[in-house]
Design a protein around this ligand. Structure first.
Ligand code: FAD
Length: 468
């Protein structure tokens, strides 16, 4: 392997190559450590070299050279993925897209940009240009790239109104480079987009994206307090269903999450407070206040446009989605989490059932999500971690009750998803990456088509611990 690495590196010596060991190590890691299970297995994983292409032509050059020398390539946006998606399990090359950060074109309702631009910079450019913004973004808006969001994420702030990235219309076009002797450039639209979106860069590298936009607003961010958890759930569901009130975020934190883990919110709540976080469009505030006024159980304790908090909480969306886990981990390193789908029509009953069975070992954190025209909840439940066995048991309790778990303690596409092979992604990998060099170890269907999903998948070529 070392000879092949040296040959590929020599062929790419005229590009921006990182030589420093500490920088290579840093560019080989993401937020995998969120999971005690992944931390155990992936902590030592490191690339052999890092290269930073400036444009699509350099991406093609890198893929061609690495193909010629059989060197694996793992693509990196900002490395904020939290399942080890951007980690080079077998070593080789990390291709870091930070220089590919241009916003190319903005039109009414759409933006075309390079993959390495940060979500916040896409929004800033669109707002300046014509008062527009992305329909949805990961709560890592300030640090994550648009390419990483499409290849590794699923949805986030905005999904309560617009659904998930995988829903038709939420990605317009992707331009992708394949890893072959002579890499091809392929464009995907409509039905075809699912072949490469959320594929962790295992079957092509996205070099340009075209995304739909919505009007930008100065969203009013709020926290609403409830004594009773299920009242908070009903309130949030009903608000998300109000057709005339435009929202970008609606989430619920079971007590005592806000009190114990949200430092700047703590002085304003008590341990029994269940908290709802919201982003409401300014023109919807009259409707919102009427809605909330009808519900005496709800108390607005914070409004971003009108408050007397000595220390502001910062953006309310940075308490939601996976930021909740991050805040909890900072206070209590033994906390981990699950990703659960509480689907229509029995989502509310399932939420109550899981709370009766598992609280306070598992505390609900729910995000309102639109799916097929219905409001459902994504649960990013906080789990007090004891052992892997117990974590697996908690997963099973959810699954047995009918709540689907997207296991965030696994590094493969299938185990982090619906535990089934995505034939479209696999078929395209056969065409686009015949040597299996793109982000190896992340697509079980490629490595082991007969895998049973009974136990956690262990990639046979994972770097051995002694190489760390
Ligand atoms: P990376 O982590 O660098 O990459 C993600 C995956 O995409 C990797 O497999 C990588 O190989 C691949 N990839 C990157 N760029 C390309 C490319 N151009 N072509 C092909 N493959 C590519 N996710 C959500 O969906 N919603 C959330 O709200 C959310 N909140 C988060 C909050 C926190 C605190 C953390 C730590 C994570 C969160 N995530 C969330 C996960 C992650 O931050 C997002 O998915 C993010 O958008 C990933 O972007 P990135 O640039 O960091 O990608």
């Amino acid at each position: 392997m070392q000879d092949r690495i040296a040959a590929a590196k020599a062929a790419l010596a005229h590009l921006d190559i990182e030589e420093k060991d500490s920088a290579i190590k840093a560019a080989s890691r993401d937020f995998f450590w969120y999971s005690p299970v992944l931390k155990d297995r992936l902590d030592h994983v490191t690339a052999d070299f890092v290269v930073r292409p400036r444009n699509e032509a350099e991406v093609i050059e890198i893929l061609k050279a690495c193909y010629a020398h059989d060197v694996p390539v793992t693509t990196r946006g900002s490395g904020t993925g939290n399942y080890g998606q951007a980690m080079p399990l077998e070593g080789g090359c990390v291709m870091h897209l930070r220089h590919m950060d241009k916003v190319r074109e903005i039109q009414p309702g759409r933006v075309i940009c390079e993959p390495g631009v940060l979500l916040k910079d896409v929004d800033a450019a669109c707002k300046d240009h014509s008062g527009q913004e992305l329909r949805m973004f990961s709560s890592t808006w300030a640090t994550a790239t648009i390419g990483g969001f499409i290849a590794g994420g699923s949805g986030g702030v905005g999904s309560c109104t617009w659904g998930s990235l995988r829903d038709l219309g939420n990605i317009i076009r992707l331009r992708v480079v394949t890893m072959e002797a002579d890499p091809r450039v392929v464009e995907f639209r409509g039905e075809e987009i699912a072949r490469v979106s959320h594929a962790y860069g295992t079957n092509g590298i996205i070099t340009e994206v075209e995304m739909p936009l919505a009007p930008a607003y100065d969203w009013v961010e709020m926290f609403v307090a409830f004594d009773n958890f299920m009242e908070a759930v009903h309130y949030t569901e009903q608000l998300a269903k109000e057709d005339g009130i435009l929202i970008k975020l609606a989430n619920i934190f079971e007590a005592p999450v806000a009190h114990d883990y949200f430092q700047r919110v703590k002085p304003h709540v008590d341990p029994g407070t269940n908290l709802v976080g919201l982003m409401v469009a300014p023109q919807s505030m009259d409707g919102f206040q009427t809605f909330t006024g009808r519900r005496p159980e709800a108390t607005v304790i914070y409004r971003s446009d009108d408050n007397n908090w000595e220390r502001g909480p910062g953006p309310v969306f940075e308490y939601g989605w996976n930021h909740t886990t991050l805040r909890a981990l900072k206070v209590d390193p033994s906390v981990t989490y699950l990703q659960v789908r509480f689907g229509y029509p029995n989502h509310i009953e399932l939420i109550e059932q899981m709370r009766d069975a598992l609280s306070p070992e598992v505390l609900h954190h729910l995000e309102a999500l639109r799916e097929n025209g219905k409001v459902i909840f994504a649960g990013l439940s906080l789990v007090k971690f004891t052992t892997e066995e117990r974590l697996n048991e908690i997963v099973k309790i959810h699954e047995d009750a009918g709540a689907m778990v997207f296991n965030p303690h696994r590094y493969t596409l299938e185990e982090g998803g619906r535990q089934s092979v995505d034939d479209r992604q696999l078929a395209f990998k056969k065409e686009s990456d015949p040597k299996g060099l793109l982000n190896p170890g992340k697509m079980i269907a490629w490595d082991d088509p007969d895998f049973s999903f009974d136990d956690m998948y262990a990639y046979p070529k994972l770097q051995p611990l002694t190489e760390a």
